[in-house]
Design a protein around this ligand. Structure first.
Ligand SMILES: [Zn+2]
Length: 90
């Protein structure tokens, strides 16, 4: 079997691939643990509540530590009746 290795990434990091994000996905800054919640938005950047992470401006950074958006980590879905997610071995 020819493997399909992850290129140095680690689980939970979306690596800037915004297409894997869901509209309600929350993401956590891996530097300072600040969490972006789409339901809340980001008053610091004047991001309105209901704005998905994927719709943030490309120059958006962590309002707490100024970290890049690409280093945010997806938090697991809390909704029990949604899909199990890609945590398996696919
Ligand atoms: Zn941060």
């Amino acid at each position: 079997m020819s493997g399909h290795d992850f290129p140095g990434g680690f689980e939970g990091s979306y690596l800037g691939r915004r297409e894997v994000l869901k509209p309600h996905s929350r993401l956590e800054c891996k530097i300072c643990w600040w969490v972006y919640d789409p339901a809340v938005g980001d008053p610091t950047w004047q991001i309105l509540p209901g704005t998905p992470f994927a719709d943030l401006p490309s120059h958006w950074r962590c309002p707490n530590c100024d970290g890049l958006a690409d280093q945010f980590l997806m938090l697991p879905d809390a909704e029990p009746d949604s899909e199990p997610g890609p945590a398996g071995d696919l």
